[in-house]
Design a protein around this ligand. Structure first.
Ligand code: CTP
Ligand code: ZN
Length: 160
């Protein structure tokens, strides 16, 4: 069944890979950025934006053929798409369904906005680390320099 998917914009089922469903409308491109998907990897990927959803009114969906997400990636998606459902597909069936949860700490994926932060010195080659200091509204703090970032700032700091 294709319930929840638009009849006029039907995208075929995938064989093996990941379907990220219930993404807040308009956030699909941010999720792709988190996953580092540019289109140059050659993975067959479908991106549906602003389609009808029973639960959300409108939602985005991403289908990636040939890639299963890691738990780190799933957790970082929670920062921009807390309502997302991750479906791992094997042999055309939903093998696993995961809810995303905001982790206590995020390693990598986000740049520190402080230009003098040690993580912005290329030669150090450090992976960024942010602690989640507040969930509502989302507030992160750089472990290295103490800089705070808010939900709105976060979207511009996702590294690609
Ligand atoms: N899907 C897919 N390819 C498959 C299996 C599923 O693209 N081989 C997609 C479905 O189209 C749907 C999502 O993966 O968008 C989740 O599938 P399923 O659990 O069957 O759908 P729902 O029951 O509607 O999911 P939920 O309860 O999470 O809303
Ligand atoms: Zn910093």
């Amino acid at each position: 069944m294709n319930l929840g998917e638009p009849s006029s914009l039907t995208v075929s089922k995938i064989r093996n890979g990941t379907v990220i469903d219930h993404i807040p409308a308009g956030k699909a491109l941010l999720v792709l950025r988190i996953l580092g998907i540019t289109g140059r990897e050659g993975l067959r990927t479908a991106v549906l934006m602003n389609v009808e959803s029973k639960k959300l009114g409108r939602k985005d969906i991403i289908k990636i053929e040939g890639r299963e997400l890691t738990s780190d990636e799933v957790n970082v998606i929670a920062l921009v798409a807390p309502s997302a459902t991750i479906n791992i597909i094997r042999n055309y069936t939903v093998y696993k369904k995961l809810k995303v949860t905001i982790p206590q700490e995020i390693r990598g994926f986000i740049r520190c906005p402080n230009p003098t932060c040690i993580t912005n010195r290329r030669r150090e080659g450090l992976v960024t680390r942010f602690r989640v200091v507040k969930r509502e509204p989302l507030t992160l703090q750089c472990v290295y320099c103490g800089t705070m970032i808010t939900q709105e700032e976060l979207e511009d700091l996702i590294s690609m």
